[in-house]
Design a protein around this ligand. Structure first.
Ligand code: DX5
Ligand code: ZN
Length: 210
């Protein structure tokens, strides 16, 4: 089953409630929430206080993508804010921190994901695979919406699918064409920002990814 996760990075933040309702009505499965700190990535977005209000506005599961340094420090705050899934980046956590985060999230009933940047080899996450519920493969360099899909992500997804039976999410440059390619490679959760929020017909855009 394919799940579509609109990334609110491309939403109108002054109308976030209405934007969330719009994608919910159009059949979104999850809400992808991009958290950026200006350190791990060259952009700044939102923190737990906004996630808390997003939680009140939609019934859809919140898929919180932490593009921040020292994610361990903020796990509790994002759990408290109502996250259903939390992803951290392998580039900024040790295996020891990953194990500690996994333990907390399991106890709190929150799904745990590990993400890797386009330049990070799959070998880097091998030891983390046993600790997580899903992997988020980045198909752009994180930081901004609207970038072009990096095709080497397809090989990574294929190789990962051969050794990992749980959910594989992909994030960055997803549209009806790249969406088909990542599904064929083995991904089953598609995060998409500009393609969905920029579409004239939201429902059609979401359905085209499924
Ligand atoms: C990129 C973010 C993505 C972003 C995707 O740093 O993690 O979730 O919103 O945007 P599109 O789909 O426009 O590439
Ligand atoms: Zn993201």
């Amino acid at each position: 089953m394919i799940k579509v996760a609109p990334s609110i990075l491309s939403a109108d933040f002054s109308n976030l409630g209405a934007e969330l309702k719009k994608v919910q009505r159009a059949g979104a499965d999850l809400i992808h929430v991009d958290i950026m700190d200006g350190h791990f990535v060259p952009n700044i977005t939102i923190g737990p206080v906004v996630v808390k209000y997003i939680r009140k506005t939609t019934r859809l599961p919140l898929d919180v993508h932490l593009m921040i340094e020292n994610p361990a420090k903020y796990i509790d705050a994002f759990v408290e804010a109502g996250s259903d899934m939390i992803t951290v980046h392998i580039e900024v956590v040790s295996l020891k921190e990953l194990a500690a985060i996994a333990k907390i999230l399991k106890r709190r009933g929150v799904k745990f994901g590990i993400s890797l940047n386009p330049a990070t080899p799959l070998a880097k996450i091998k030891k983390a695979l046993a600790l997580v519920d899903f992997v988020l493969v980045m198909s752009v360099n994180p930081g901004f919406g609207g970038q072009a899909f990096i095709p080497s992500a397809l090989t990574k997804i294929r190789q990962l699918r051969a050794i990992f039976k749980k959910d594989i999410a992909v994030d960055g440059g997803i549209n009806h064409i790249t969406g088909r390619q990542v599904k064929e490679a083995g991904a089953n959760i598609l995060a998409a920002g500009s393609y969905i929020f920029g579409a004239k017909n939201t429902k059609k855009a979401i359905n085209s990814l499924r």
